[in-house]
Design a protein around this ligand. Structure first.
Ligand SMILES: C[S@@+](CC[C@H](N)C(=O)[O-])C[C@H]1O[C@@H](n2cnc3c(N)ncnc32)[C@H](O)[C@@H]1O
Length: 192
């Protein structure tokens, strides 16, 4: 693995606790600079939606998403890292977020029923995934047929993101913004 890949977490999913805390700190600094507000706007979340924030990390988007979908919506923030789940739980308590829950996922699987999400978000995490087909298959299981999956490139070029999505056969790309690729499910035959 190249040093740059190691630093950016490319193809590296479960990071050590110390690296997770460092990542959370760096994100907080970038947040103060307003970087994520810009990214958030183009997600186009609506009141009443069920949103899964897959790979939620240090809960940077939790409050924003919970507010955007309102009290009739539901946010499920999930991650394979227990520290991420703890941080979401802290935000839920601090801000009294009755529409939000934190769920620990394992490998490429999240213990939730199928077809529950209007939106599955994969923000700044897709570049870390080793078996992208397995993760996209899980997204196809979780998203409603009418729903969307929104993938941020993270630390990889757009062409690489798109190639992984298209070759999986699970999704078609319906829209691209500078930050995100929006997809609709093409094949929800996730049981094979
Ligand atoms: C760089 S952080 C981004 C966090 C958040 N989405 C954001 O944009 O602020 C990537 C997160 O993805 C999580 N992750 C990596 N592989 C995962 C997997 N297979 N399932 C769920 N989460 C995963 C990591 O644990 C980490 O918390």
């Amino acid at each position: 693995m190249r040093i740059s890949d190691k630093l950016l977490g490319n193809n590296r999913e479960h990071i050590p606790n110390r690296a997770f805390r460092l990542m959370a700190f760096v994100m907080k600094v970038m947040d103060i600079m307003g970087y994520y507000d810009k990214n958030f706007k183009t997600l186009g979340l609506q009141k009443g939606q069920t949103v899964i924030d897959y790979g939620c990390g240090p809960a940077r988007y939790t409050l924003r998403i919970a507010k955007a979908i309102g009290k009739n919506g539901q946010l499920i923030a999930t991650d394979i890292h227990p520290l991420a789940i703890k941080r979401v739980a802290r935000k839920i308590k601090k801000y009294g977020l009755s529409n939000t829950k934190a769920v620990l996922s394992k490998g490429y699987s999240c213990p939730l029923n199928e077809h529950i999400a209007d939106v599955v978000l994969a923000l700044d995490m897709f570049h870390m995934i080793q078996d992208t087909n397995a993760l996209l298959k899980e997204f196809a299981r979780l998203v409603k047929p009418s729903g969307v999956v929104i993938i941020e490139d993270g630390h990889q070029p757009r062409e690489q993101t798109k190639a992984k999505i298209i070759s999986s056969g699970f999704f078609k790309i319906i829209e691209e913004t500078k930050e995100h690729v929006k997809c609709k499910v093409l094949n929800n035959n996730f049981k094979n």
